[in-house]
Design a protein around this ligand. Structure first.
Ligand code: CUK
Ligand code: CUA
Length: 663
């Protein structure tokens, strides 16, 4: 370690290593040297040593700084796509600098990007409405990058909303949300949005059981009427959209399904979902019954759901499914008998469900257990093929013998949750209660080889390309639920803390902290930066869906078209004016502004707002927006550009006049 630091520092301060070396060994002596040594060569080294002293930095601090500092003009090596938790949006972070690069508006309006403020994005947000509710927040848990042959391909990102059971598709060509699908069967989801190895499907598994289609049924009918469900959303790669018509679902027993993962390589065609509350506890604290937390923790075993999705797909396409709320659903009587859905025990309150890079094993943690359990995908497949079961659950689903299905168990510590992998056969498990990252070998299931303390209460964990067929190693990030004494205090609601951990050395090393001030992230994924190739500008006239908009406006063809009480304004924006810059309508008119940015130069973004009308769109170069609203407030309203785009940005303005009706 020491040697490496000095080498690294030597690079920075060529020719000045000696004083620093002394400084690291013995600060006192180094100071004396600096004070006494009037040599003209003191320069950089002395100031570096002084800097370390002044800022109270240890050698380890400096090493961590050198490993994570990205100088101005240089780029990060990886992107993290982090779930923005209750913010409903995705945080994009650079690694190793841990700088926030972007917040992608997904389920929640984002005003800078004009996401949900009157433009075309409103229609995308509306796709996620449930019933009569315009839902404008989300509890985002698990972002997943699209995969080709089990490896991230950098094309799409899928995210789920636990609170309102929805999945969204983000196109990484422009880092914009392109589609939302609302789950018609469940009210909450969790095991999503996980992709199969070629992104054939995006899996969304329910969390809290409810009657499918969310119909009313009293809790007394829990066993008969309540169900879990896994939707297999078919992804159309050509269109870059989920195809609802070709999607289908699996009815699941009313246990609380939790995390999910798709098999790969040897286990391609399979999916795994862990669950808890096989007790089917529903609480009833007012009547003196035990709360769900204790009711759900009675059994020693819950159930891992082992799913043959290729076979399910065949059965569904063969007409074996029942239609519920417009979705084809394979019911348990079929899936249980056909070997599509089989159960196997999982120790106490399991959490996490992670397939190893070779596809041979499934790792499940346990919130109240001290082990991770490693299931053997091949053994389970064999047991299912041979119909070797030890019994059935209350819903007629076959159960495999736990002992026959597992490869082993590793004693990890208190509260193992999630597991990610490196390129050397190591697994890294987040251990919530103990607040450590536990490193262990998934090749020989020994005890952890190392534990690293993190601050504090680590939930998810992520690694560089860590759940693909070829992880990179190098970095792990501990996604901590608490930050306590890590940052300047900001009141009783604390930021979350991402801690970057270097895993390329002999020992794991904590390198940097990053406060997450906008919500509680759950899962994240880290992808090599060169796999992402975003656009720099749009082709002029491109709308929010990424298509050439039929109403795009050419320069010189701006106009206002009136048709009864419908007014269409064909407008353009270019430095530094809107054309037209005066628009007058009558009170009550339905106004649509078709607005095209004619800019073609990189990073020349405009914005457009009409004051008091809750309208704001972002016009990246070439972008087209359609803004429809009712001119329901008579008066005089400035409209202006909301992005400081040029020296005459403040002059990029105009008037929107609404003439009052005669009364
Ligand atoms: S869950 Cu949050 S720490 Cu939703 Cu993946 Cu485990
Ligand atoms: Cu355009 Cu400011």
């Amino acid at each position: 370690m020491r040697v490496r630091t000095l080498v690294a520092l030597a690079v920075v301060t060529t020719g000045a290593v000696t004083a620093l070396a002394v400084g690291c060994e013995n600060k006192h002596e180094a100071n004396q040297q600096q004070q006494g040594g009037g040599s003209g060569n003191l320069g950089a080294s002395a100031s570096l040593a002084e800097l370390m002293k002044a800022r109270n930095l240890s050698e380890a601090d400096v090493e961590a700084a050198l490993k994570t500092y990205v100088p101005t003009g240089k780029m990060d090596e990886y992107y993290i796509f982090a779930s923005g938790g209750q913010s409903g949006n995705v945080d994009v972070i650079g690694v190793p600098s841990m700088r926030l690069l972007k917040v992608i508006g997904v389920f929640t309006p984002e005003s800078w990007q004009g996401w949900g403020f009157g433009g075309d994005s409103d229609k995308i947000l509306d796709q996620g409405n449930q019933g009569p509710h315009k839902i404008r927040w989300a509890d985002m848990h698990h972002p997943n990058l699209s995969e080709t042959k089990g490896d991230y391909d950098g094309e799409y990102l899928f995210v789920n909303d636990k609170a309102n059971a929805r999945v969204a598709v983000v196109d990484l060509k422009d880092f914009q949300t392109k589609q939302m699908v609302a789950n018609p069967l469940a009210a909450s989801d969790h095991g999503g949005a996980f992709v199969t190895p070629n992104t054939e499907y995006v899996i969304e598994t329910s969390q809290y059981p409810a009657p499918l289609g969310r119909e009313y049924a009293p809790l007394g009918q829990f066993k008969e009427k309540y169900r879990g469900v896994a939707i297999f959303w078919k992804f159309d790669r050509q269109k870059g959209r989920i195809d609802k018509e070709k999607s289908w679902a699996l009815e699941l027993p009313p246990y609380t399904q939790d995390l999910a993962d798709a098999g790969k390589l040897d286990s391609d065609g399979w999916a795994y979902i862990n669950s808890f509350n096989s007790e089917m506890a529903v609480g009833g604290t007012l009547e003196g019954k035990p709360p769900i937390e204790s009711g759900a923790s009675q059994n020693d075993m819950d159930y891992l759901h082992v799913i043959n999705w290729k076979k399910a797909e065949e059965l569904v396409n063969g007409g074996k499914a029942k239609t519920i709320a417009g979705m084809r659903v394979l019911t348990m009587d079929v899936s249980g008998a056909e070997g599509v859905l089989t159960l196997v025990g999982e120790p106490k309150s399991p959490h996490g469900c992670d397939v190893t890079p070779d596809g041979k094993h499934v790792v499940v943690g346990g919130k109240l257990d001290t082990h991770t359990t490693i299931y053997d995908a091949a053994k389970m497949k064999q047991l299912i093929e041979q119909k070797k079961f030890e019994g059935k659950d209350g819903f007629g689903l076959p159960i495999m013998a736990f002992k026959e299905a597992i490869a082993g168990q590793v004693e990890i510590g208190l509260g193992p949750l999630h597991t990610v992998f490196d390129d050397k056969g190591n697994a890294y498990t987040s251990v919530f209660i103990e607040s450590v990252v536990a490193k262990w070998s998934y090749k020989d299931y020994k005890k952890p080889v190392e534990k690293l303390k993190v601050q504090y209460n680590i939930g998810h964990i992520l690694a560089a390309e860590g759940d693909t067929v070829s992880p990179d190693g190098k970095y792990v990030v501990a996604m901590n639920k608490m930050s306590m004494d890590r940052f300047l205090p900001v009141g009783p609601l604390y930021p979350q803390n991402f801690q970057l951990v270097g895993i390329d050395g002999e020992k794991m090393r904590l390198l940097a902290d990053m406060p997450l001030p906008n919500a509680e992230p759950h899962y994240s994924q880290m992808i090599k930066a060169d796999k992402i190739k975003p656009l720099k500008v749009y082709k002029v006239g491109t709308n929010a869906l990424g298509e050439a908009d039929p109403t795009r406006v050419e320069g010189g063809k701006e106009r206002v078209v009136r048709n009864g009480n419908k007014v269409e304004v064909f407008m353009t924006a270019i430095r530094s004016h809107f054309t037209p810059d005066q628009v007058e309508v009558e009170e009550g008119d339905e106004v649509t502004i078709h607005l095209t940015s004619l800019e073609t130069a990189e990073d020349q973004t405009h914005g457009f707002t009409i004051d008091m009308y809750n309208i704001n769109v972002s016009l990246e170069p070439g972008k087209h927006e359609n803004i429809t609203f009712k001119a329901d407030m008579p008066g005089t309203y400035p409209m202006y550009c909301t992005e400081f785009c040029s020296a005459l940005h403040l002059e990029m303005t105009g008037y929107f006049l609404v003439k009052p009706k005669k009364r």
